[in-house]
Design a protein around this ligand. Structure first.
Ligand SMILES: C[S@@+](CC[C@H](N)C(=O)[O-])C[C@H]1O[C@@H](n2cnc3c(N)ncnc32)[C@H](O)[C@@H]1O
Length: 279
């Protein structure tokens, strides 16, 4: 189950890149994968208005490359990082990239595991992963419970821009199948309206929903195309590469269809809102 998220980071990043990254990247100013991934993470930190000394929780940290950005560029205080993949967490435990880092294996769409349960954070960040949640409601519930009143949440996800878009026609069927293969459960891919009401139900105020589609999808697909040209035919036929090629193709399809957008969501937990109880 958790192997669904495995990718060959070195194959994607290239010999000179940082193989720890595993996101679609912000390609507005970047021209290589490592820079694009760092830029996307940085945008989350800026969106959450991360400030020195703040307690940060990163959900779906992967191999932890962004943890260095929270500390080095924003001087964040104690950092806690969670991922569903045990080998990512084991790696971070063995070789923590920064000091005052707590890591935990677990899901972001369930109550947080010990020692995170009941802890509160000034900022919760989740880079390019919320669309993997069982549902957007469950993801927001976890994030809301972890935030102090007035705390900030920044995450990127996919939203449906047309209510019927993924249900109609043959192309819709193929896209739905591709999304399932990419581990995007239907209940995590909702409209903007549904996302806003799911947030409100958790005492969360959506400050901004920013469409990043043009600076994410085409850039990732172009990078995969560029890397493909650098690989031997043997590597191009490997399952690890085919998985990346399918993801790039899905990005192009989603971009062309204009029915799914890649958005950065900026949220603030309402002052004094009681932490919602899990259902
Ligand atoms: C596209 S990667 C992004 C990784 C990292 N944020 C980065 O920028 O490199 C998606 C991550 O989400 C994690 N993930 C998927 N489903 C999850 C869940 N239900 N709970 C926690 N983490 C999850 C995967 O293990 C993977 O590390």
């Amino acid at each position: 189950m958790t192997d669904a998220f495995a990718i060959d980071g070195q194959l994607l990043a290239g010999p000179d890149g940082d193989a720890r990254w595993n996101n679609l990247g912000d390609w507005r100013e970047a021209d290589d994968y490592t820079a694009a991934c760092g830029a996307l993470a940085r945008l989350h930190g800026e969106t959450a208005a991360l400030a020195p000394g703040q307690r940060v929780l990163e959900l779906a940290c992967g191999h932890g490359a962004a943890v260095e950005i929270w500390r080095r560029e924003f001087q964040a205080g104690p950092i806690t990082a969670l991922d569903i993949r045990s080998h990512c967490i084991a790696g971070l435990r063995t070789a923590p990239p920064v000091d005052r880092l707590t890591v935990a294996e677990g899901r972001f769409d369930r109550p947080l595991p010990a020692p995170l349960a009941g802890q509160l954070f000034d900022a919760v960040l989740c880079v390019d992963a919320a669309y993997h949640a069982d549902s957007i409601d469950a993801f927001l519930e976890t994030a809301a419970r972890a935030l102090v009143p007035g705390g900030r949440l920044a995450f990127t996800t996919l939203i449906r821009t047309s209510e019927d878009a993924l249900r109609l026609g043959l192309r819709g069927g193929a896209r739905r199948m591709a999304l399932r293969m990419a581990s995007v459960p239907p209940a995590s891919l909702v409209s903007e309206t549904a996302l806003r009401s799911a947030a409100a139900a958790q005492g969360l105020e959506v400050l901004e929903l920013r469409d990043l589609t043009p600076r994410v999808f085409p850039g990732f697909a172009a990078w995969v195309g560029r890397r493909e040209g650098e690989l031997s035919w043997r590597r191009r036929l490997s399952p690890a590469w085919l998985k990346l090629a399918v993801t790039a193709r899905l990005c192009l399809q989603l971009h062309a269809s204009k029915q799914t957008a890649y958005v950065l969501v900026s949220i603030r937990r309402a002052d004094g809102a009681p932490a919602p109880l899990f259902r």
